[in-house]
Ligand binder design. Structure first.
Ligand code: 9WO
Length: 246
């Protein structure tokens, strides 16, 4: 899969993506990452990428033409397979694990990171296929959101994570929060590792983990349980969790 990021701060993207799982996926050529700076597609001597908003008001708006030209260069650099141009903004469709897993099928994802007060709306409507949000908050630009999208998609691509982690990933895709994790030492002051995890009984451990995942989801994110069909076994484990809370 190919990622292209249109941004005024290209080093922010290449630097952050060079670490960890994304860095390894790039090295192993499972994904490629290119950056495109709208400033390189300006024509004036001041390399102007922004201008004052029509209608007045504070701040500046990113101009249409440098963004348009940067996206077009990104498109030309890819193959003629499936492409999608996505603008990152708080006005976008909230991303979910489901949306990201569907995005794995796209061969070229062009992510546009805005700055200032945003971009000329004609760029969003004419040049972008979709608008995505990584959450209901405002940050100073779309770069961190683009990095979230790149990271979350990359870890879903075949061969990026090991077998162990892929199995764990499947348990996340089932839409529950994670269960708690413990490592050595066995005791920290008066806080011990739950006995079941030391038992070596893998059926008991699996049940405990499922019960914790269900219980924590029920406590912290009941909205995630609303549109989910639990198995008879899961319902039993959740009832057990609830009775233990009391
Ligand atoms: C700035 C601003 C200042 C005064 C009044 C209103 C304002 N809105 C904004 C604003 O939304 N700035 C954006 C900064 C412009 C587009 C890029 N920026 C951005 C993207 N902030 N947050 C995101 C984002 C992207 C994806 N998911 C969540 C947030």
């Amino acid at each position: 899969m190919r990622f292209d990021v249109v941004t005024l701060f290209p080093e922010m993207i290449t630097a952050a993506a060079s670490y960890g799982v994304t860095g390894r996926a790039i090295e192993r050529e499972i994904v490629s990452l290119s950056v495109w700076n709208p400033r390189d597609y300006t024509g004036d001597k001041h390399k102007t990428v922004d201008d004052r908003p029509y209608g007045g008001g504070p701040g500046m708006v990113m101009k249409y033409q440098p963004l348009h030209d940067a996206v077009n260069q990104a498109k030309l650099a890819g193959s003629k397979d499936t492409k999608k141009v996505v603008y990152l903004s708080p006005q976008g469709k909230p991303i979910t694990q489901r949306l990201l897993s569907e995005a794995c099928q796209i061969s070229q994802l062009i992510l546009v990171a805005g700055r200032y007060e945003g971009v000329d709306e004609r760029f969003v409507n004419r040049d972008c296929d979709e608008e995505w949000s990584v959450g209901d908050y405002v940050i100073s630009g779309g770069e961190l959101a683009a990095l979230v999208v790149i990271d979350a998609i990359t870890r879903l691509l075949p061969g990026v994570l090991g077998h162990e982690q892929s199995a764990q990933q499947d348990s996340h895709i089932n839409g529950l929060l994670d269960y708690p994790h413990f490592t050595r030492p066995e005791q920290i002051e008066d806080y011990s590792v739950p006995q079941v995890l030391l038992s070596g009984n893998h059926a008991d451990i699996d049940n405990w983990r499922m019960k914790q995942a269900l219980g924590r989801t029920w406590q912290r994110r009941p909205d995630l349980l609303k549109n989910k069909n639990l198995s008879a076994e899961q319902n039993y484990l959740l009832q057990q969790f609830k009775s233990e809370v009391e």
